[in-house]
Design a protein around this ligand. Sequence first.
Ligand code: DX5
Ligand code: ZN
Length: 220
Amino acid sequence: MSDNKIAPSILSADFARLGEEVDAVLAAGADWVHFDVMDNHYVPNLTIGPMVCQALRKHGVEAPIDVHLMVEPVDDMIRMFADAGATYITFHPEASRHVDRSLQLIRSLGCKAGLVFNPATGLDVAKYVMDKLDMILLMSVNPGFGGQKFIPATLDKLREARALINASGQEIRLEIDGGVTRDNIAEIAAAGADTFVAGSAIFNADDYGEVVAAMRRELA
Ligand code: DX5
Ligand code: ZN
């Protein structure tokens, strides 16, 4: 039995047909929708905001929406995405002055809370807020763009995060984001991840179902 989740990043979807793209990837067997929010301030790129999240809910998307905030500051966006139907809201600790408070804010609005760690950022902050986390997300590329290569040092960091989670006794998902493909997903799972974001590997394929099924076979 496994509780692995595959979360396609819509960053690599065709934005002109976003509703159809999300329907297609969920019909193809994906579990969650990973929703990348970039503000051209915390990261050098600009994407989509709460109105698009709300539009997906209105369109009929019932799957969990996993909102990855790459914005600074975070609290206003947390409120807006909670209103817009987000399931998970994760943010980068360096983008909030008061990490503990922002985590509490997410849960107080009925969403699940998570912290995101860039490739060169240590996990120290997480230790002090384990009881306020539903997810730890490790970036395996530098945030801002899809289609980059997986940074191998992330595998050791996954093992570190897995040990931290297991020692805490809390139910915390361990998500990986960046450069995940059918070729490396098994190794990433073996290092401790249980939630897999994949953007270009899925949306650049002709047959989403074929890629999602191949990833699941690798995870089995
Ligand atoms: C990068 C984003 C990722 C990205 C992943 O800042 O957080 O979610 O879309 O894309 P791939 O899977 O193509 O690396
Ligand atoms: Zn992301």
